[in-house]
Design a protein around this ligand. Structure first.
Ligand SMILES: NC(=O)c1ccc[n+]([C@@H]2O[C@H](COP(=O)([O-])OP(=O)(O)OC[C@H]3O[C@@H](n4cnc5c(N)ncnc54)[C@H](O)[C@@H]3O)[C@@H](O)[C@H]2O)c1
Length: 398
């Protein structure tokens, strides 16, 4: 027996860091009795303070009443006692550090301590959920619920299925996420990076190669994507903001060893390695693609990118989105919703393909592939069959 969404009353969150505290705050405000647990007492203390602060902000902005937030605070428990936190949970989600072995241990403990019918979820950004499921005696009750930062404000949650997850469990997880006031999208396969970060990868990687080959400047591309296309940030300023250089380089080996469907088999652009070796990790390190000694943000002028052909950046992303549809990872609607709500993109990638035409995207991909003929990026830039078919038949995704 697996719990039904109507019967979920109690939620447990393991890990009281940035994400865990936000997820707990959302669950309690939505009416669930919520326990947050962590191995570090001081993290729990900080979490309690921060949740109270974020609730106050909600009230100030008129998005909640004093009564609502007071009731939510009453529903919250903070404890270092793992068994106490998860013992009567109908839904438990893990939001501890991003390390496979730590998460596998947590899942084994969860399996032992949580009620038999409970659903066990992970907030991993990209680790192997199938392996986590297989550390338990209930792999069919394990699922990914991937939130975006900060959970209180970001509307999207990706629900990630593994080969063991039945539709009924994914349905329950989606209903729960919707009851939190969030929008869910379904990633029907446990693939590296799931949906939204899968789109983010070519957004960073393609432009890095163009700069590495000396074809365009960092400012030119950032300016064009920000001001001509309406992205919240250009690819380079975004990488500096999120620490993307470090994440990509340090994650490269894991990606190359990953054996899940649609695993990445290409190396990171050498430009990222060059920056990494100089410890130019991004904004927090004081330098990345840009220098941050004088200003907190890069100074990017509107004019610099006016002549840049933005389809050079878009085309590999549109190809990646089409590949996900082709492999039945997600629907075109969910991929577009993910890009808009998870990445704050001005338009979803498949809507964009429909707008410019699959034949035009195909032409651009051929041009990009010719520039990659000497690199191992070539395979990734080759158009997928579905895109070729759409171009040939003049079809759209929507
Ligand atoms: N920060 C983001 O933008 C973001 C976005 C989406 C998903 N995620 C994922 O969410 C998870 C948490 O990320 P975060 O940014 O909140 O990390 P964080 O470092 O802020 O918090 C991690 C917390 O886990 C606790 N912890 C470590 N081992 C534990 C254990 N065995 N049991 C219980 N608690 C333990 C730590 O004490 C810490 O409080 C990661 O898997 C991360 O990849 C992060």
């Amino acid at each position: 027996m697996v719990v039904d969404s109507d019967d979920i009353e109690t939620v447990a969150v393991i890990g009281a860091g940035e994400m865990g505290r936000g997820i707990g705050a959302v669950a309690a405000l939505a009416g669930y009795k919520t326990a947050i647990t962590d191995i570090d007492e001081s993290q729990l203390e900080e979490a309690a303070e921060q949740i109270e602060w974020s609730y106050e902000k909600r009230v100030e902005k008129g998005n909640a009443t004093d009564e609502e937030v007071n009731a939510a605070l009453e529903r919250l428990v903070f404890t270092t006692e793992f068994d106490e936190a998860v013992g009567d949970a109908d839904f438990a989600t893990e939001a501890a550090v991003e390390q496979q072995t730590v998460k596998e241990d947590i899942f084994a403990d969860l399996d032992a301590a949580a009620p038999e019918d409970a659903i066990l979820a992970t907030n991993t950004s990209g680790l192997n959920i199938t392996q986590l499921a297989e550390t338990t005696d209930r792999p069919e009750q394990v699922i990914g619920t991937h939130w975006f930062n900060p959970p209180m404000l970001m509307e999207l949650v990706e629900v990630v299925m593994t080969e063991h997850t039945p539709d009924s469990v994914a349905d329950t997880a989606e209903e729960l996420v919707e009851s939190f006031g969030k929008t869910s999208i379904r990633c029907k396969m446990d693939i590296p990076s799931f949906i939204v970060n899968r789109l983010m990868r070519p957004y960073g990687e393609g432009p890095a190669w163009m700069v590495y080959r000396g074809e365009y400047s960092i400012e030119e591309i950032d300016s064009a994507m920000r001001y001509k296309e309406g992205f919240p940030m250009g690819p380079f300023e975004l990488a500096d903001f999120t620490g993307g250089i470090q994440i990509r380089v340090e994650g490269e080996q894991d990606h190359l060893e990953d054996d899940r469907p649609m695993a990445y088999d290409t190396e990171v652009c050498p430009l990222l390695h060059q920056l990494y070796e100089k410890e130019r990790y991004g904004q927090k390190a004081g330098a990345g693609y840009y220098e941050y000694d004088e200003h907190d943000e890069p100074q990017i002028s509107v004019d610099t990118g006016q002549d840049f052909d933005t389809l050079l950046v878009w085309a590999p992303i549109l190809n990646e989105a089409a590949k996900m549809v082709e492999n039945e990872v997600a629907s075109a609607e969910d991929i577009d919703t993910g890009a808009r709500l998870g990445g704050n993109w001005p338009v979803g990638p498949l809507e964009k393909t429909d707008e410019v035409g699959a034949d035009v995207v195909l032409e651009k991909l051929t041009e990009i592939a010719s520039r990659h003929k000497d690199t191992n990026k070539l395979a990734e830039t080759l158009p997928c069959d579905l895109l070729v078919q759409k171009a040939k038949n003049g079809e759209t995704f929507h």
